[in-house]
Write a protein of this length. Sequence first.
Length: 304
Amino acid sequence: MLKTYRLDQSKVCEAPPETGSVWVYVNPDDAEKRQLVENCRLDEHTLNSALDPDEQARLEFEPEHLALILKRPKNYSAQDQFLFKTTSFGMFLFRDRLIIVVAEDIPLFEGKQFSRVSSVNELCLKLIFRSIFHFIEHLKIINMVSESLEAKINASMENKYLLNLFTLEKSLVYYLNAINSNSTVIDKLKVNAARIGLTQEEQEYLEDIIIENTQCYRQAEIYSNILASMMDARVSIVSNNLNVLMKTLNIITIGIMVPTFVVSAFSMNVRIPLSGLHHAFWIIMGLAVVSVIGFMVFWKRKKW
C-alpha cells in the first residue's frame, strides 16, 4: 500500500503521487517491490531487508540515493505475552525525495517534532529520533510491568510471574541489540554528514539524536542488569513463600493430629480409665483441648 506526502509550509501533508516528495510503502506487494527496484533503482536485497524483523541496522551508499535500515520497537499486543519485539524499517533518501518502507501500518508523522520540517533530510533525521523516542516509551512500559510483576511475586507461590519476568529480560536483550545497531548507523551518518549534504542545523540535530540514543541504550542496559541481577532473589522469594505455606500446613496437620490421638486413645474397644464416669466425654474433650494448647505453647517456645 502506497501513501504519499509532501512538505507544505514546513509541514508533512498528504498529497497525490505525482506531487508527493515522501512515499510511504506499507508492506508492499510484489508489484510495488518490482516498481521500486526497476523505476527507483532500489537494491532488491536492501528492500527486502527493510521488511525483515531480524535484519541488523545498516547504512549503504547507492549511486543515486542513500539506503538506511533501522530498528524500531514493534507494536505490542496481548498475544505477545510480555515479549516486546523489534522490527525493521527502511528509508531511501534521494536528493529531493524520501521513500519509506515499513512492514506494518503505523503513524509515522505524529508528534510535535513533525510540525516543522524544512527538507527531506531533516524529515529522515526526525524519523530516526522518533524511533529512539519509541524505544524510550517502551522501556518505561517495561519498567512499570516489571514492578507490577515483582509485587505479585512477593505473594506468589507459582512460576507464572517469574516466567513473565524472564520474558521481559529477553525483550531487553533484543532492545539493547537493536539500539546498539541503530547507534552504528547514526555514527556513520555523522561521519558522512558532508557527503550526504546535511546543513549545519541538521548536523546539530544529529548530535542531539546521538545523545538521545546513548541515553536510551544506557537506560535499557540498567533495566536489563537490574532484572538479571535480581532474578535469583526473586526465585528465592517464590521458594520461601512455598516453604511458609508448607510450614503452615504442617502446623494445621499436627494441631489436628494431637487431639485426634487423645480422643482415639479413649475410644479403644477395651476397658480404659474414666469409662465409668458420667462426665467422661467432657473430660476427654477437655484433655484434647489442653493437648492442643500444650502443643501451641511448645511450638512457640521452640520458635519453629
